[in-house]
Design a protein around this ligand. Structure first.
Ligand code: GDP
Length: 388
């Protein structure tokens, strides 16, 4: 009698556990974890235990597959950021990307344009607008002095004429520089990229590499920022994606040696161009500048020659960029500026300050994060975009 009762109880328990298991078998690994102790409970039939064990094992495999899927999604997202498919690549227009910088000026320009005459308030507003746009005190004073002379000489009386004269003045100040990226007479040419951390050096090399390769040149990318392992990883990804050769050294190693090796490799393989990254931070600024001098010397020593030293500046840092530019130009002879993140900057006027105070041409500007957002700087398009 008692044996029959026990058998009935075991059968009922088995059915209950089996039903509970069936209910949750399509759910997550977390549910399976809950099932494991249940399956070990006394009185559970062996067949149900086996079923639970098999199901838990299958969920492990599913969880692993899910993780792989997530990794693949991440890699695809990185790929898209590094090299978006050509069909979505559209050359960006200054007009569309300078919204922030334009909004800094627009309130002032509208109120100046709406006045009936050019008076002291007009000049004060103009000065405030230029300072806010980060044209800088020195350049603002020079621009306003030139405008005052022009207003007098040409007998301008309308504020709208004054605004047209301002546009003209800015275009004239920005014009007249050689913005070509020069190649050495004998390949390989070396383009060195200098600038503090985070300004966009590595990304700029990637973007430019893609462009140069599309133009038919063979490129070696040199991971001269040995101070930051992530920088080399990032540059390596760019090189792989756009079909450039890639040279890196040991973490903390000598950047000059890495760049020298890259130049030798380029010469041996008949490559046209070495795009060399450098560190943006060292233990002290003196160390950094010393290192850059050495990198510049060594890069010129072997089979190639340095034909561009491009200082990369972040447009969102405004006048601070001017201070950086002064420091870097003391260490190495900078041949041009790449002004990144102009799309996110409310301070487009820094372009005027850099060119008029340092006499260095802005050669390229970054108008976004994707590869096709690095474009040649066009002063007329730039000024029109700020004022339109
Ligand atoms: P590095 O430390 O100087 O090498 O700087 P990175 O190349 O790593 O760039 C730092 C960040 O700036 C990255 O997230 C880039 O995608 C971003 N960046 C670079 N250029 C631009 C640009 O022109 N516009 C925008 N919006 N972001 C940029």
């Amino acid at each position: 009698m008692s044996i029959i009762v026990v058998l009935i109880l075991v059968a009922v328990l088995g059915v209950l556990v089996g039903t509970a298991f069936a209910l949750v078998r399509t759910r997550s690994r977390h549910d399976a974890t809950l099932l494991e102790p249940l399956a070990d409970a006394p009185g559970v039939p062996a067949a149900v235990k086996d079923d639970v064990a098999r199901h838990v094992a299958s969920l492990d495999v599913e969880a692993e597959a899910e993780a792989v899927e997530v990794d693949a999604e991440l890699a695809a997202a990185v790929d898209e950021a590094l090299a978006p498919p050509d069909e979505v690549a559209v050359k960006p227009r200054f007009r569309d990307r300078l919204g922030k910088a334009r909004s800094t000026l627009s309130g002032y320009l509208t109120s100046i344009g709406a006045r009936s005459q050019i008076d002291d308030t007009t000049w004060d507003d103009l000065e405030e607008a230029l300072i806010l746009a980060d044209v800088g005190m020195e350049s603002t004073t020079a621009v306003l002095d030139a405008l005052r002379s022009r207003v007098k000489a040409e007998g301008l009386t309308e504020p709208t004429q004054l605004l047209d004269a301002l546009k003209d003045e800015l275009k004239t100040r920005l014009a007249g520089y050689d913005r070509t990226l020069h190649l050495a007479e004998v390949a390989p040419s070396v383009w060195l990229f200098v600038g503090v951390n985070g300004v966009g050096k590595t990304t700029t090399i990637g973007k430019l590499g893609k462009r140069e390769i599309a133009d038919g040149r063979t490129v070696v990318m040199a991971a001269g920022d040995t101070f930051r392992a992530a920088a080399a990883e990032q540059l390596g990804m760019w090189a792989e994606r756009c079909g450039a050769d890639f040279v890196r050294g040991a973490e903390g190693g000598d950047p000059s040696a890495v760049i020298f090796d890259a130049v030798e490799r380029a010469a041996a393989r008949g490559s046209d161009l070495v795009l060399a990254d450098t560190a943006g931070r060292l233990h002290t600024k003196v160390n950094l500048m010393e290192e850059l001098r050495k990198v510049r010397r060594v890069a010129d020593k072997g089979a190639g020659s340095v034909s561009e030293v491009l200082l990369v500046l972040d447009a969102t840092t405004g006048q601070n960029g001017l201070v950086q530019a002064q420091q870097f130009t003391e260490a190495v002879e900078v041949t041009g500026v790449v002004l990144t993140k102009l799309d996110g900057s409310a301070k487009g006027g820094i372009v005027v300050a850099i060119q008029s105070q340092l006499g260095i041409p802005v050669k390229l500007v970054g108008l976004g994060e994707t590869a096709d957002d690095l474009v040649a700087f066009d002063p007329d398009e730039f000024v029109d975009a700020l004022f339109s």
